[in-house]
Structure formats: C-alpha cells, structure tokens
Design a protein around this ligand. Structure first.
Ligand code: B3K
Ligand code: ZN
Length: 854
C-alpha cells in the first residue's frame, strides 16, 4: 500500500476537454459509455486512467477498436502505453450499483440511483484521470424505465427528454462549466418535488428544485427557504451570484457524510434536509441551514475554483466552513454559533492534533484520501481563514477573496495561490502566517500581565509553544492574532489586537490609569490552548461583564474547569462551589441576561472531551466523578432557582426562531439539572407528555438519561414505540440507547441491532448506534473490563467489508490509546492489534490502525 506525498505532485500528462457520458441504468449491470477528447501535455508519457471495480467492455481510439495487447488492465486502472497527441477515446464499462455498499461511485440508496464521487469515487464509474486538476465539460445521457424513474438528473441544464414507445426514458444534460470528475453527479428515482425560484442580484431567475422521499414534501420547506437565504447572503456579503439557471438538491437515505456540492445537483443525506417541528430538533434545523449554506457556498469556493490536488482540500473546505459559519452567525445567534464551533475545536480538533493521525490543515502524506476529511482540515482550516479575516479586517479580506476567485476562476488552485491573492489584495506580508498550512499541533499560549502603578504601564508578556506531534518533531512560532479586551474598575473598557509573531514577546501599553482585568482571546481569536493567571474573581468578572458573549462563556468554562480540577484533586465539592458562586448563578437564573441561550451556556459544565484535552493522560474516572458530583451539588443548591426559572420562561408554540431557540435552551438547561433530583420526576414527566415538538421531547430524554433517572427507561421505550416507523427519528432513539451511561447499555445496543429500522448498510443507523456509543458515552466505552472497546471492535470488523469509509471513522476513539492509563492502554491496543491482524483490511482502516500502532 503506497501513501502519496504532497511534494510528489506532477501536472497531468494528458488533459481531457470534453466528455460525453451515457448511462443505461440497471441495478446489477449498468452500462456506462464515455467519449473523451484527449490531448497530450507531456511528450512520451503513457495514458494512465484510474479505474476500480469496473468491468471493461470495449475501448475504441479514433474509431478503431483496441484489442488487449494495446492496453494494460489492472485492479487500479488502465494504461495505454502508446497513444497519439490528440485523439478521441471511447470506453464502455459495466458496473453493479446494487452491490455497491461502500456508497462511493454509482450506488443505490433504496430504490434511488445516486452517485458520490469525491474524493476518488469516479474511478468506480469510468476509467478516467480521477484527479481534481483535470477539468472538462460534461454532456450526460441517462436511460431508464420511465415509470420507475420519473426523474433522471445530472449536472447543469437539461437539454433533451423523451420517452420511446417501449417506455424507456432518455434525458440529456449539459454542464457548461468545466469541472473535475469529483463534481459529477447522477440521480435517478421517484420523488416528491418541491420547487421555488430565486431572482439573483443581476435579475436572473433561477429555478430551485428539491427532491425528497415520497410523502415528505412538507418536510423540505425549511431547507428550500434556507437555500434562498444562503443565495441572498452570498450576494450581499461577498458579491457572489449563482451561475446556472437551475439548482437542484436531492435528499437520499444512504449517504456516507452530510452532503455533496456536485455542480448544480447537490446530493444530501436526508437527515440534513428533512425537518418539521414534530420530528426535528433546534439542532437539526441549525445543521440543515448551515449545511445547505455550506454546499451552496461551494459553488464558488470549490466548484468555480477547485483544488489542484487533494492535499489542498482545506482550500475549499476550510474556506467554505468559514463561510457557512459566518452565514449561521448572521442568520441566528452569532454568539451561540461561535460557541459551538469553539467547543468542536477544543474537544475533537485538539484531540486529533494529539493523536497518531495529527496532520496540518494541508496534509503531507495520504494513503486513503477519505481519511482526511477531518476536523483539522475543515474546522481548524476555518479557524485559519477566520484569523486571516481578523488580521486583515473584513474589507481587505473580502477584497482578497474577490481577487482569488477572479484570478483562478475555472482553475484548480492551491493554498499558496489563496494566500498570494490575500497578500496581493491587502499588501500584508503573509509569509509567516502561511505556516498555519504546514504545521500541525495545538499551540499553548501562556500570558502574563504586570502593571506598574507608578509609570502607569501595563506589560503583557505572551509566550507560545507548540509541542511535537506524531507527524512533526519540530515546530516554529506562528503568527497569532490575539484579541484582547481590558475591563477597568470604573466600567470603562478598551479593545486591542496584538499580533504575536515570536516565541515570546512583550507588549507594553502606556497611560493605563488603573490595573484592568484582561479578557484574552476574545471570540476565540486563535485556535490555541490558553494558560493565564486570572484569579477566579477575574473569571467571574469577565463572565459577567465582557462585551463579547463568547468571552463570557469562555471565562465560565475556565472557571468550571478549575473547580472540576480541584474536585479531581480531592477537594470537597462544597468548598469548591462557594456560596458566592451559588448566589451569582441564582442571580443569573432569576434575571437571565438578554441572551437567554448565553445564560444557559454559562451554566453548562465543559463536556468530558473538552476536559480530557486539558490532560496529557486522561483521568477518565476522576473527570466523570467530579463532573457528576458538581452537577448534583449545583442541582441541590439551586433546586428552587431552576424550577422558578422554568416557570418564568414562556413556552411559545414551536417555531425555529432565534429567541425561541434561546428560551428552549435555558428551559432545557434547568431540566437537565432538575433531572438529578427525584423530587422533580413529576415535572419532567409532565414536560415529556406535554411536549409538542422534538426539541422538548429529546431534552427530557437526555436530561433523564444523563442523570440516571428511574424515569428514563420508560420514557425511552415510549419514544421508540411512538417513532418506530420513522427512520430518522429512530436514529435519535438509537443514540439515546447508545449514550446511556448505565451498565444496561450493552443489552440495549444488542437489542437495537435487531430493530427493523437498523441496517449495517445504512451509515446513519450505524453512526447513531456505534459512533454515539464510542464518542458520547465515556462511562461505558472506557469501562475497565474492556467491554466497550470490544463492542466497537466487533462493529468495525463487521462494517469494514461493507463500508470502509464509515468503519474508518468509527475507529477514531481507539487511536488515542496512548492518552489513557496503563490498563486501558492495553485493552485499546489489544483491540487495535486484532484489527491489524485481519486480512483484507480496507486502505481506510489500515492507514489509521497502522499509524497508531507502536
Ligand atoms: N465535499 C464533501 C465531502 C466529501 C467527502 C468525501 N469522503 C462535502 C462537503 O464538505 O461539502
Ligand atoms: Zn465542504
């Protein structure tokens, strides 16, 4: 198995300008024909085409049929050693979509044919240079039975559609924009169609079509409205307008990830399209809006300008995540969406940086590209773009983006191209900043402040250090934008942005009348771990007064972390959670801030994963027990305050709307503490029974589950019973079973595997049961008898031959075995070694397992 290196890039030896691709659909014998105009770029080179799981039927070159001695066929492709400089190549293949359980290439999602080609799935459809820097114009013909497949879709504009006397439908599509093959898409099926239109800023009328399962039309409305908001937003914020006359979104039930930005024909996991109040939560609505936005924004950052090679993935993904985050911030609560993003970085991304899979946002070495659609490439990538905007300011940043898109329109570009455009548009020297693309690891930022009352000088000393990571031994100083707010005793405040460029630097502020409390890393201005000397009083003051809601939340996170650490080290809870703190929290609950959701966030303890990242060796049991005793203590101390707060808050009829989301968030926070106390069982039960929307229902279920309440099993069973016919809601039930911290979880998971909605072939189901268990049930996953690890091992073993992309995602928590105590290390290592010993391990799984073994 050969990994590829970023430095080995070579421009394509042949280019292909046009492609006529025809499909004669059949579940086990689909015929695919490609007619390509090929041109030589490198003298003397052989033509190499990627191809996997394909049956080759015929090849013709300039009309002459080639016999076997003219080409070499292998499991990975086709080589034609001697070809002219310019020629027409016609290839016919046969594939079996029905047997394609990897869900890459052309496959069947139930009765629907659909494709997923990114990163390297096109090679499962046709022999082709399956690399993002070969762009061509596609004309696609699809043939299928008209009755069974009323909709035959591909990219671009429909140019013909007819049905012959035998009932065979033939539809042709043409996409005028040259694109790499990873953006090709095809869908055939029967759907409910929801339509709308959008008038662009220049006055063009774009038809919007959303295809959903039969009977689900009403659940598509929110996604369609979100799409229109995204289209408007991109015009207003970045002056980017949609470029085709039609934009289609198809929701399918079998999908490896969230969605895919195929040109003009997005394919979505139905989980991120379908919603109504009864079956979707506030979180689902948020995700739908952000993913609809994300895929739409790719039309410019990804499609019009694509990546030269897959090492550049963050060029489109980091940038597009940043864009979708800005969109979400503008559509709802900027504070809440930023808090969510920061939580993800601090838990999952920091963990990845500390794992054997550590990589820079632009990876250096890849065996299986699908393994690099990571929280580092995506979310740390987005943080890097955000830092750029912070450094340049919104306006120069926008000019840089405009220049980048103009300069590279229609091209396959690199991260360096992006940085160069930003630099040229702004006049900033971004040489040091560019290190963020090549250096992995999480910098630790240590800050000190010193105030001299005589000279009125405030000195701030900043030190950065990045520890070695699995992939990189030595690290350099990065350019860190440090946003700071100074809070003075007289309630005045001052903002400042420092650029830290050295390992250690001192910034001296003159004329500072009194010593301020310093709010560091406002709005999480850089993705670092912060060490600062703030006292607990300082933290509480920041939590009460900082002007940035994220900074207020962050101060409380630091505060809670300290108290949790104290309890872990043996302090009694009642000495750590002081009467003053309880009084303050009471006050917050009695007079919640204008932003109710922020009040809820201030009272939410950091989660297990975030706390884990504060330790080199993760003290599983100590963290869990400190968390639960503090939670119980707070529930007891604030029992009336929670009840009162709950009663004081209105309970508006369900709408997904910012103020209402905030009310629900605070109500649910109260319920999560109240569930700790059996005396409130009646209140919780009532809430469950009266809930007329999924957000409230799930809140009670999660509160009782996490509290280990006796109510939980009965509510969960009721829920499963009620929703047994709805697969997407059953995913929530599967996850509720799998994240139950009780010992009975194993029996529960075993039973759920027999549920008629469960299928090993459906990634949503598998993730709902097994990712939920391994990533959100630390109590049971990390059991000292190893049962949790064994359960995951069995699932991965079963899944790998079916769907390697999903099995490789499942293995992630085991990779970090070095972070645990000796007993757990051994148990996790045993599981990994058993995996490694299996024959026919997929490349996906092999890469991760082999990187993690000693
Ligand atoms: N670009 C796709 C991800 C493809 C993942 C392939 N394993 C979705 C997105 O980021 O928008
Ligand atoms: Zn994306």
């Amino acid at each position: 198995r050969i990994a590829r290196s970023r430095h080995d890039y070579q421009a394509p030896a042949f280019t292909i300008k046009t492609m006529q691709l025809s499909f004669n659909l059949h579940s086990t014998a689909t015929r695919v024909t490609a007619v390509m105009q090929v041109n030589r770029e490198t003298p003397g080179a052989a033509l190499q085409l990627d191809g996997q799981h394909l049956t080759l039927i015929a090849i013709t070159l300039d009309g002459r049929k080639l016999s076997a001695e003219h080409y070499q066929l292998s499991a990975d492709g086709l080589v034609l050693p001697e070809v002219p400089d310019s020629f027409e190549l016609c290839i016919e293949t046969e594939i079996a979509p029905q047997h394609n359980t990897a869900l890459e290439g052309l496959y069947m999602a139930g009765n629907t044919y659909c494709t997923q080609c990114e990163a390297e799935g096109f090679r499962r459809i046709m022999f082709f240079p399956d690399r993002p820097d070969v762009l061509c114009q596609y004309t696609v013909t699809i043939k299928a039975d008209a009755k069974t497949y009323p909709y035959l879709l591909s990219n671009g504009n429909k140019i013909s559609d007819h049905i012959d006397e035998l009932g065979l439908r033939t539809v042709q599509w043409h996409d005028p924009f040259p694109k790499p093959c990873y953006l090709f898409a095809l869908v055939a099926g029967d759907f409910d169609l929801v339509t709308d239109n959008f008038i662009t800023q220049s006055g063009r009328d774009v038809r919007l079509e959303l295809f959903v399962d039969k009977g689900a039309a009403a659940k598509g409305d929110f996604a369609l409205q979100a799409l229109k908001r995204a289209m408007r937003w991109d015009e207003q914020r970045f002056n980017l307008e949609y470029d085709l006359d039609i934009y289609m979104v198809v929701a399918v039930d079998f999908f490896n990830m969230g969605a895919m930005e195929n040109k003009g024909l997005n394919i979505f996991n139905s989980k991120y399209v379908l919603a109504d109040a009864a079956s979707a939560t506030d979180r689902d609505y948020f995700n739908i809006e952000s993913i609809i936005g994300h895929e739409y924004f790719h039309n410019w950052t990804g499609n019009r300008v694509t990546c030269r090679d897959w090492f550049q993935l963050s060029l489109k993904e980091g940038l597009t995540v940043f864009r979708d985050q800005e969109f979400s911030a503008d559509m709802g609560s900027a504070t809440l969406s930023r808090i969510d993003a920061v939580k993800l970085i601090r838990s999952a991304q920091f963990a990845e940086d500390a794992s054997p899979m550590a990589h820079p946002i632009r990876p250096e070495q890849v065996l299986e590209m699908n393994n690099f659609y990571t929280v580092t490439v995506y979310d740390k990538g987005a943080e890097v773009i955000r830092m750029l905007q912070t450094l340049l300011g919104r306006q120069l940043f926008a000019s840089g983006l405009t220049l980048y898109l103009k300069r590279h329109d229609g091209q396959a570009a690199t991260c360096d191209d992006f940085i160069r455009a930003m630099q040229d548009a702004s006049g900033y020297d971004l040489t040091q900043f560019a290190l963020w693309y090549s250096q992995s690891g999480t910098p630790v930022l240590t800050v000190k402040q010193q105030y001299d009352a005589d000279t009125k000088q405030l000195s701030l000393t900043l030190r950065q250090e990045t520890a070695a990571t699995a992939d990189q031994a030595t690290k350099q100083a990065l350019l860190l934008p440090i946003a700071v707010e100074l809070l003075f005793a007289d309630n005045s405040r001052q903002k400042q942005l420092f650029c830290l460029t050295d390992a250690e630097q001192q910034f001296v502020l003159p004329d500072v009348a009194t010593e301020p409390v310093v709010v560091w890393l406002e709005h999480f201005s850089a993705p670092v771990k912060l060490h600062c000397q703030a006292t607990t009083e300082d933290l509480l003051q920041i939590a009460a007064q900082a002007s940035d809601g994220v900074a207020r939340w962050d101060a409380m996170q630091q505060y809670w972390s300290r108290q949790i650490t104290a309890v872990m080290q043996g302090a009694a809870v009642q000495t750590v959670i002081t009467a003053e703190l309880v009084a303050l929290l009471k006050q917050w609950l009695e007079l919640p801030a204008a932003d109710l959701a922020l009040t809820a966030e201030l009272l939410t303890l950091p989660d297990f994963d975030t706390l884990a990242e504060q330790h080199d060796e993760i003290p599983v049991d100590a963290i869990l027990s400190a968390l639960s005793s503090i939670k119980m203590f707070l529930a007891q101390q604030l029992r009336e305050a929670f009840l009162q707060c709950l009663h004081n808050l209105p309970q508006p009829a369900y709408r997904y709307q910012q103020q209402d989301v905030a009310i629900r968030r605070l109500r649910h926070l109260c319920l999560s503490y109240m569930a700790q106390l059996a005396e409130y069982d009646v209140v919780l039960q009532q809430h469950y029974q009266q809930a007329d929307n999924m957000t409230d229902t799930i809140a009670v279920l999660m509160a009782t589950q996490q509290a280990g309440s006796a109510l939980f099993p009965q509510l969960r069973d009721d829920f499963c019973q009620r929703w047994q016919h709805d697969a997407l809601v059953m995913d929530k039930a599967f996850a509720l079973v799998a994240t139950d911290p009780a010992d009975t979880v194993f029996a529960g998971i075993a039973a759920m595997q027999q549920h008629r909605q469960f299928s090993w072939k459906n990634p949503n189901r598998v993730r709902a049961l097994f990712s939920a268990f391994s990533m959100r049930n630390p109590q049971q996953f990390h059991r000292l008898d190893g049962a949790g690890y064994r359960l995951l091992l069995e699932a991965i073993t079963k899944l790998d031959p079916i769907n390697p992309q999903v099995s490789a995602r499942l293995v992630t928590p085991l990779l970090s075995w070095r972070r645990f105590d000796k007993t757990r290390q051994q148990l996790m290592l045993d599981a990994l070694q058993l995996l490694a010993a299996q024959s026919n391990l997929s490349n996906d799984l092999f890469e991760k397992v082999s990187r993690s073994l000693p």
